[in-house]
Design a protein around this ligand. Structure first.
Ligand code: HEC
Ligand code: HEC
Ligand code: HEC
Ligand code: HEC
Ligand code: HEC
Length: 163
């Protein structure tokens, strides 16, 4: 079990390093918006539903500025077309964990974890790729440091404890 786990973790680490950024429908820059313009993360991302997920911004949030700013640019016209149809922009996911892992943004943020702990220096990036460590090892490192449980069933509720 230990060897198999170590192997799969090594594999996960490789896969992580090679993950290219996904193609996005509109080239949105965090460096521009969260860096230069200093917009707060929570202007665009709030814990959604029960708090497991963070929401993506509504197109109307973008249009607060872009009905006027850079309105003649092709990418902004693309954005305006989504807004006119009242459609969300179909952003491609960057960070995903499998459904057999329990994770909640809400509890982590309440416990003082910061976006950068898991997502890296977002406000300095034009394009987001998966650079933050959300592998099992990454989760466990912080749990060990902060004396939070690393019992298998803590993160895998449905897993039978192996002896
Ligand atoms: C303790 C680690 C951790 C912290 C802290 C954290 N995230 Fe996440 N984030 C994750 C994980 C893990 C996922 C993938 C969740 C999934 O697939 O269910 C994720 C996914 C996301 C997503 C995609 C939508 C979703 O929820 O799946 C957004 C947007 C996001 N995070 C934004 C933020 C922002 C903004 C902050 C700070 C306010 C933040 N995150 C803090 C670990 C974290
Ligand atoms: C608080 C105002 C504000 C908000 C909200 C905002 N932006 Fe921007 N955005 C700007 C400014 C300012 C620029 C720089 C414009 C320039 O250089 O002419 C910009 C630039 C851009 C550009 C580059 C345009 C180009 O081709 O030069 C894109 C694309 C963009 N924003 C998309 C978005 C999206 C998508 C959202 C919502 C998720 C959003 N913006 C929300 C102010 C905002
Ligand atoms: C003006 C709106 C806006 C602001 C402000 C903003 N974001 Fe985002 N964020 C977006 C949009 C749009 C996307 C989807 C496109 C992308 O991945 O770049 C996104 C995607 C993300 C993702 C990847 C989600 C996934 O699919 O896994 C993370 C993580 C994230 N943002 C974190 C942050 C953090 C941390 C901050 C503050 C430092 C922040 N964002 C500020 C609009 C915003
Ligand atoms: C930056 C440090 C940090 C990272 C990284 C981290 N955690 Fe946590 N986690 C905590 C802390 C602190 C608590 C305790 C929260 C509390 O007691 O309310 C916690 C609690 C939890 C809980 C129990 C509370 C709940 O939300 O149900 C689960 C499950 C959990 N973490 C899963 C994960 C997973 C899965 C990952 C990796 C994707 C992860 N954690 C990454 C710090 C972290
Ligand atoms: C702090 C949270 C956390 C704890 C504790 C935890 N895991 Fe995980 N586990 C994860 C995450 C996150 C993933 C998904 C990693 C990924 O996306 O590749 C995962 C994935 C796995 C996988 C699939 C690996 C693969 O490569 O397909 C197995 C098997 C696993 N865990 C077993 C365990 C066992 C056994 C324990 C107890 C020793 C344990 N986990 C404890 C968070 C945790």
């Amino acid at each position: 079990m230990t060897a198999r786990l170590a192997l799969s973790l090594a594999f996960a680490a490789c896969a992580l390093a090679q993950t290219p950024p996904p193609a996005q429908p509109i080239p949105f820059s965090h460096k521009q918006h969260a860096g230069t313009l200093k917009l707060a993360c929570k202007m665009c991302h709030q814990a959604a539903g029960a708090g497991e997920r963070m929401a993506y911004p509504a197109t109307s949030t973008c249009m607060q500025c872009h009905s006027a700013i850079a309105a003649d640019k092709p990418d902004i016209q693309k954005l305006a077309a989504f807004a006119k149809d009242q459609k969300p922009v179909p952003w491609a996911p960057v960070y995903r964990i499998p459904s057999y892992v329990d994770f909640s943004h809400k509890t982590h943020l309440a416990a003082g974890a910061e976006c950068e702990n898991c997502h890296g220096p977002v406000a300095t990036r034009d394009v987001l790729s998966r650079e933050g460590d959300i592998s099992m090892g990454g989760c466990m490192n912080c749990h060990r440091q902060r004396k939070v449980s690393i019992d298998c069933t803590f993160c895998h509720e449905d897993m039978q404890q192996e002896q």
